[in-house]
Design a protein around this ligand. Structure first.
Ligand code: DQA
Length: 148
């Protein structure tokens, strides 16, 4: 059976393409989803790609992944730096998490250097723009192949 990778995007990422393109690039989230779905198919995986501006909705989606998805790739956006609720939901789930950011959060304001999600993620990718999603998917595929 094809394994599904949940790909979650946090607040304001629906604005990609027009939001601070000098930091986040000119691709839209729909562009990223299209490319990632094709790459997933090449890897024999499926993706379930979602975005929400609401912390609780993201928490619910993480919970609902239990027993349904093989892994989670998440760009938690600003919730990275604030959300104990998202960290707790990840800790309670039974699948690996990879954290990604388009920008190199460590080169920016000091508050972006702290991540609650990093405490529970297997790994973190940041600073490679939308390419980070592809790198995360490759990393997840390796992880799943090794745990088989
Ligand atoms: C981000 C970095 C966060 O600090 C910021 O709040 C975002 C996007 C990134 O992808 O670079 O919304 O997660």
């Amino acid at each position: 059976m094809t394994q599904t990778i949940l790909v979650l995007n946090g607040p304001n990422l629906n604005m990609l393409g027009t939001r601070e393109p000098e930091i986040y690039g000119s691709e839209t989230l729909a562009d990223i989803e299209r490319r990632l779905a094709a790459r997933a198919a090449d890897l024999g995986l499926a993706i379930d790609f979602r975005q929400s501006n609401h912390e609780g909705e993201l928490v619910t989606w993480i919970q609902e992944g239990r027993g349904r998805v093989a892994g989670l790739i998440m760009n938690p956006a600003a919730y990275t730096h604030t959300s104990i609720a998202i960290m707790d939901a990840m800790q309670a789930c039974d699948y690996p998490v990879i954290e990604i950011h388009l920008s190199n959060v460590h080169r920016r304001e000091a508050f972006r250097g702290h991540s609650y999600v990093s405490k529970v993620a297997v790994g973190v990718i940041c600073g490679f723009g939308s390419k980070g999603y592809d790198l995360a998917l490759d990393g997840m595929a390796d992880l799943l192949a090794r745990s088989r």
